[in-house]
Design a protein around this ligand. Structure first.
Ligand SMILES: Cc1cc2nc3c(=O)[nH]c(=O)nc-3n(C[C@H](O)[C@H](O)[C@H](O)COP(=O)(O)OP(=O)(O)OC[C@H]3O[C@@H](n4cnc5c(N)ncnc54)[C@H](O)[C@@H]3O)c2cc1C
Length: 381
């Protein structure tokens, strides 16, 4: 079978693939390039919600469902209310993002949306892509499939962010829609980093999620029982109905997915180390890295040139190391982080935009001697 020729093929039209295709479509440089996006699913269900922070207006304002300028960090000892200053914490429904970007791509003549499953990639110049229905070739492939080696690896730190959430509607006013709850440690699964996350949509409607940053999964009933306990015992609410549920697993790992990048293929998204190892956030990274890839191509660099900042990869590894080996210490570490630093400084640290002096300030605030020692040891190596 003769293959269909492309300049670029993006495998996977999820968060990363769509961010990248969108960034390319907005740049005149790519007008003369033929770009295919091969996605196996229809992308017509709301399979997740994405939250991220940014200053002022961003590129997705028209599809932001909710946004907050305040949050709370809660432990058994105290409630810390934080104003996000110039930042807003924004929520987007995946279905709105898929619809917006896919509609735009289908209207852009040099982009080709192909619903099919990629079975095999043979790297070369050009590389070959075999799907269930066709063969394609491309000078560069952006691949969002996670390598099976990741699941077999025992050398790297593999924590998982796993959670279940209920969207509930209450009879009485229960929530403050002006402020979301970043982490509430009042209920904790024994010996683990686990907390409740609350996104209040209105005074009567909210997403309540019980989340773990831990080495292994728990049974479904565990999440349910903690959410129920949170609503009934912590919030003191007995009359409510469950509207919808959300479940997710996000790898928090220092596995070097990006080592597979070369002149023929760039791994993207979760499969390309775009998920911040220490936080599990990646939506905003996908936008950031897509812009860097576009600039790299225009400047005749490898697409993956300088995508990551080494210093921050080290911080992520250290953080994962501590949480993996002392999973019960999450509350103390996050508590020091959120209550002893300004939230703008933390957001800018997580966005990898801080100076070294600012990073030392955050590290010192953690106050946990082994952590600080480990950080300094790594930094002077
Ligand atoms: C429930 C949930 C909630 C999350 N919430 C947040 C959040 O609030 N904020 C945040 O920053 N991050 C969040 N994340 C983490 C991260 O942003 C998402 O997982 C994000 O979708 C990762 O993007 P991706 O492109 O790597 O993967 P995906 O979005 O999963 O996209 C991969 C795509 O590749 C396609 N595909 C796979 N194999 C093939 C194949 N062989 N052929 C063709 N297509 C294929 C899949 O169908 C899929 O569409 C969340 C994750 C989950 C699971």
């Amino acid at each position: 079978m003769e293959s269909i020729k492309f300049d670029y093929v993006i495998v996977g039209g999820g968060a990363a693939g769509l961010h990248l295709a969108f960034a390319m479509s907005k740049d005149l440089f790519f007008r003369s390039k033929k770009i295919g996006i091969i996605e196996k699913s229809g992308k017509n269900s709301n399979d997740r919600t994405w939250c991220f922070w940014e200053k002022g207006e961003g590129s997705w304002e028209d599809i932001v469902s909710y946004s907050w300028n305040n949050c709370e960090f809660i432990t058994n000892e105290k409630v810390t209310s934080l104003n996000l200053e110039a930042y807003h914490y924004k929520m987007i429904k995946a279905i709105d993002f898929y619809k917006k970007v896919i509609t735009h791509l289908k209207e852009t003549p040099n982009f080709h949306w192909i619903q099919d499953e990629v079975l095999h990639i043979q790297e070369g110049s050009p590389s070959k892509i075999v799907t269930t229905k066709n063969n394609y070739s491309a000078f560069h492939i952006f691949d969002s499939r996670i390598t099976p080696n990741f699941y077999k690896n025992e050398k790297h730190i593999n924590l998982i962010q796993h959670f279940k959430g209920w969207i509930i509607e209450t009879k009485e006013d229960v929530f403050n829609p002006d402020s979301f709850v970043m982490m509430d440690f009042r209920l904790k699964y024994p010996e683990s980093t686990s907390f409740t996350y609350v996104l209040p949509y209105t005074a009567k409607k909210a997403l309540i999620e019980f989340t773990f940053f831990s080495p292994s999964l728990v049974a479904d009933q565990v999440y349910d029982s903690y959410i129920k306990k949170y609503i009934e015992q912590v919030l003191g609410c007995s009359e409510y109905s469950i509207f919808d549920t959300e479940k997710g697993i996000i790898p928090m790992s220092n596995y070097p997915f990006h080592n597979a990048n070369n002149k023929s293929v760039t791994k993207i998204g979760t499969a390309g180390s775009w998920v911040k190892g220490s936080s599990g956030y990646s939506f905003k990274n996908a936008e950031r890295f897509s812009k860097r890839i576009v600039n790299n191509i225009k400047n005749k660099h490898l697409p993956s040139h300088d995508l990551f900042k080494r210093r921050f990869k080290k911080y992520d590894t250290l953080f994962l190391h501590v949480l993996f080996n002392h999973n019960d210490l999450g509350e103390e570490i996050f508590s020091n982080m959120y209550t002893k630093n300004s939230i703008s400084l933390l957001f800018s640290f997580l966005d990898e935009e801080t100076t070294f002096a600012e990073e030392l300030k955050i590290i010192n605030s953690l106050r946990w001697r082994p952590f600080i020692n480990a950080v300094y040891k790594q930094l002077i190596q």
